[in-house]
Design a protein around this ligand. Structure first.
Ligand SMILES: [Zn+2]
Length: 152
């Protein structure tokens, strides 16, 4: 057992490989991250809510959404936590900061890593910007964005 691996006494382990389908919405979202380094959003025709990542159905109105556009890859950090304990499946080595970003022009929040800042200097409301993976290394997944860093 690795030094930082959580204690799981009396628990069995099973390796369950699986594939997760992005579906229509996330396929378009991750196509935009991979091919254009862009954050794809969508707007509900009823409530006018802007969702980033883009979705094809508004979770509030349950209506079809057909307006898609990019929002800036920066916004406001609206919540965060510093994680000190490892847990199975987490690709990051603790301690690290995980936060919710409210992209400019969007009404939803986007979770991702916050780096390039000391934990004590992180504040709710601070401006952050995406740090993109090199274009030739992007795979069309969440790691196309390496993390977010403070700006201003
Ligand atoms: Zn709606």
């Amino acid at each position: 057992m690795a030094e930082n691996e959580p204690v799981m006494e009396n628990l069995g382990r099973r390796l369950v490989p699986y594939h997760w389908s992005y579906g229509d919405s996330f396929t378009e979202f991750f196509k935009a991250t991979k091919e254009r380094g862009a954050i794809l959003a969508s707007r509900c025709p009823v409530c006018k809510g802007v969702m980033a990542p883009a979705v094809h159905m508004c979770g509030r109105c349950y209506c079809e959404v057909d307006e898609f556009f990019d929002v800036p890859d920066e916004g406001e950090l609206v919540a965060y936590t510093v994680v000190y304990l490892p847990f199975p499946g987490q690709p990051n080595e603790p301690p690290y900061c995980y936060g919710y970003i409210h992209f400019d022009g969007a009404d939803t929040m986007f979770p991702h890593m916050i780096k390039e800042v000391e934990f004590d200097d992180i504040q709710m409301g601070m401006r952050v910007k995406a740090v993109w993976e090199d274009p030739d290394k992007r795979k069309g997944d969440l790691f196309d964005i390496k993390h977010f860093k403070p700006i201003e």
